[in-house]
Design a protein. Structure first.
Length: 272
């Protein structure tokens, strides 16, 4: 064969099996309750956006927003398009948290999913079901290790409660792999995708990464601490938190305003 052009003319893509490809989007936000006293931080709840599937497979089950890659787009463009078509939400950015290629993960056939996490502030969380979704709702997240490396994932919205159990398999490069024991009402392997994304989020929050993305450009240190505590499901001493975060933030000349609240200094993220 004399040239690459001749090679490509004779090359046949159908000689090899090819999977279908999808994007799934794990959209997180933190929902704060109103602060009723300047002496206490507002409570926060880590939330995830789910859609109820309109058709088969897993009809009427809850799932992550997502769908199939089209021939004229990248996998990231697919993720942005699908989450907007199914929920009306427009993420500003995406972070790849895992690729899921088990040949049996989807009953329709060999379908590889690329999972992307995104973080939305409270002004971007209004969701409206569309396309393949009959509903789009934000669910509070509880994710805890029970015994013998078994985790319980509980997602709640009003009277809707979804409970899945997973077994920890291994942790590499800051990501934990899981085996689903009971997926509850979650479709496909989405319990595993959510659990993995949560471990990535918690690992990042422990190192003070990503926590700024849950807040507006200017924030109080109390609010920033609340974000870390909410994600990691822990309580930390304010003095310790402020000492550790001091090199990553800078003061502004502005303060919070509002009746019944003692003004608090506003900070911004320091660009290193």
């Amino acid at each position: 064969m004399d040239s690459e052009k001749e090679f490509l003319q004779k090359y046949n893509m159908d000689d090899y099996e090819r999977p279908s490809v999808t994007s799934d989007i794990i959209a997180f936000t933190i929902k704060f309750t109103e602060e009723d006293s300047y002496r206490h931080n507002p409570d926060g709840a880590l939330q995830i956006l789910l859609i109820k599937r309109k058709g088969y497979p897993f009809k009427d089950h809850w799932a992550l927003p997502g769908g199939f890659l089209q021939s004229n787009e990248t996998i990231e463009e697919c993720a942005y398009r699908e989450v907007f078509e199914e929920t009306g939400v427009k993420p500003a950015s995406l972070m790849l948290t895992g690729i899921y290629s088990d040949p049996n993960r989807d009953p329709r056939g060999w379908i590889i999913s690329n999972a992307f996490a995104t973080i939305l502030s409270d002004k971007d969380i209004n969701a409206t079901a569309g396309d393949d979704a009959s509903e789009a709702l934000w669910f509070n997240i509880a994710f805890n290790c029970d015994t013998d490396n078994t985790y319980t994932l509980t997602l709640t919205h009003d009277d809707i409660v979804i409970t899945a159990t997973l077994k920890e398999k291994e942790t590499k490069f800051g990501k934990t792999d899981f085996v689903i024991q009971n997926s509850g009402e979650l479709a496909f392997d989405h319990a595993k995708i959510i659990a993995t994304a949560l471990t990535v989020l918690r690992s990042s929050a422990e190192k003070f990464e990503l926590i700024f993305d849950f807040l507006p450009e200017k924030f109080t240190l109390s609010a920033l601490q609340q974000v870390q505590e909410t994600i990691m499901n822990i309580s930390v001493l304010s003095a310790n938190f402020r000492r550790k975060i001091s090199s990553l933030v800078q003061e502004t000349d502005e303060y919070t305003t509002g009746a019944g609240h003692r003004p608090a200094k506003l900070f911004t993220k320091k660009h290193l």
